[in-house]
Design a protein around this ligand. Structure first.
Ligand code: FES
Ligand SMILES: [Fe+2]
Length: 362
């Protein structure tokens, strides 16, 4: 199944934390979504904790996050006949019955709220360890002394999640697809280094002698044409659910210059559609509303261009059996793909073994 070579029953890595909502989305109304092919409902329980349950009522399959369903006292009340479930998925109330039925519970998924996002785990619940959240130690995601613009962008892309991940690991397209915003054709021509350690995989373009131009004038209030500087233009893959892209500036950069990143949360909705959230963070001009507006504006353009490109690709009939012609600049994306494929093969071998060992039913 494209883009993997192995025989796979699914392209979805299940044992992973995925973003399923922003924390600010969980207000009065429940949120109904499909996450890795499963209908779910996301809301806050009586203690304000974010929870995610199976999204269909076991009585008649009415959606628990949609229609007339609502959150009542931190529990979800089905909009059809009023049966209620608490944040653990336990049925707490059945209209007209003296006590709730134990046959009416729904699955509750492990959930953690971090960095402004709600992360859930749809794989083996025994493996859902919060310390496995990606990039936990990275200041660009969690450090409160940085500026974090949550809610920069959210859309469902009508394309498979691997198209988006590969797009994010291949920033040569900045010069072309986003040329109107980035205005630097030289990015695509720079040498690409690919580095890897146990935490992440990085695609880095070392931007020596980068001219101070339009973008620098906007970001750093520098005078266009006033000189050159140095930065790393990079993409860093942490997991199938998280890639961080951006510009990292070394110590000793000109005063007022700093690093800025886009944090991309990628969550398969189905095998062929993808939830896409973007956050921005930076360590300069913290709290500067004018620069916030610039980034908010850029996020009305750049991810929209990516979405359009990926949907063009996905919608071509050839994309399902695509024979690609990989180039030098695809190296990081291909390495990432290999890592994901390894995980898929491993997960599917474990589930096949578990199925073999399950007692036969009669
Ligand atoms: S379908 Fe939910 S209570 Fe009947
Ligand atoms: Fe892009």
């Amino acid at each position: 199944m494209y883009p993997f070579k192995a025989q796979l029953s699914t392209t979805l890595v299940r044992n992973e934390w995925y973003v399923v909502a922003t924390g600010s989305e969980l207000g009065e109304k429940p949120v109904a979504r499909t996450i890795l092919g499963r209908p779910v409902v996301i809301f806050r329980d009586g203690e304000g904790k974010a929870v995610m349950l199976h999204g269909l009522c076991p009585h008649r399959n009415y959606p628990l996050g949609d229609g007339e369903s609502q959150v009542v006292d931190g529990q979800i009340q089905c909009g059809y006949h009023g049966i209620r479930f608490d944040g653990t998925g336990t049925c707490t109330f059945v209209p007209g019955s003296p006590k709730p039925s134990r046959f009416l519970s729904v699955t509750a998924y492990p959930v953690v709220e971090q960095a402004g996002w709600v992360w859930a785990w749809t794989g083996d619940p025994e493996l859902a360890d919060p310390s496995k959240l990606p990039a936990l130690d990275r200041p660009e995601l969690y450090d409160p002394s940085w500026d974090h613009r949550l809610d920069c962008y959210y859309e469902v892309i009508q394309g498979r999640y691997m198209l988006l991940l590969e797009n994010l690991m291949d920033l040569s397209h900045l010069s072309y697809l986003h040329g109107d915003v980035v205005q630097d054709v030289s990015i695509a021509d720079r040498r690409l280094d690919v580095e890897e350690d146990e935490h992440s995989l990085r695609a880095i373009r070392r931007m020596d002698n980068a001219p101070i131009g339009f973008m620098e004038a906007t970001l750093y209030k520098a005078e266009p044409g006033s000189g050159t500087y140095y930065y790393d233009n990079q993409s860093e893959y942490f997991s199938p659910s998280l890639i961080v892209t951006g510009n990292r500036l070394p110590e000793g950069s000109p005063e007022g210059f700093g690093s800025n990143f886009f944090i991309h949360a990628v969550t398969p909705e189905t095998e062929n559609t993808t939830h896409y959230w973007v956050q921005e963070s930076r360590d300069f001009r913290v709290g500067d509303r004018e620069l916030d507006e610039f980034f908010i504006g850029a996020n009305q353009i750049i991810p929209v261009q990516d979405k359009a490109a990926l949907e063009f690709i996905e919608s071509t009939p050839e994309s399902a059996k695509w024979a690609e012609r990989a180039q030098q600049f695809d190296r990081a994306a291909l390495r990432m793909r290999a890592k994901i494929e390894e995980r898929l093969v491993e997960e599917q071998a474990v589930s096949a073994t578990a199925a073999d060992q399950a007692p036969a039913t009669v």
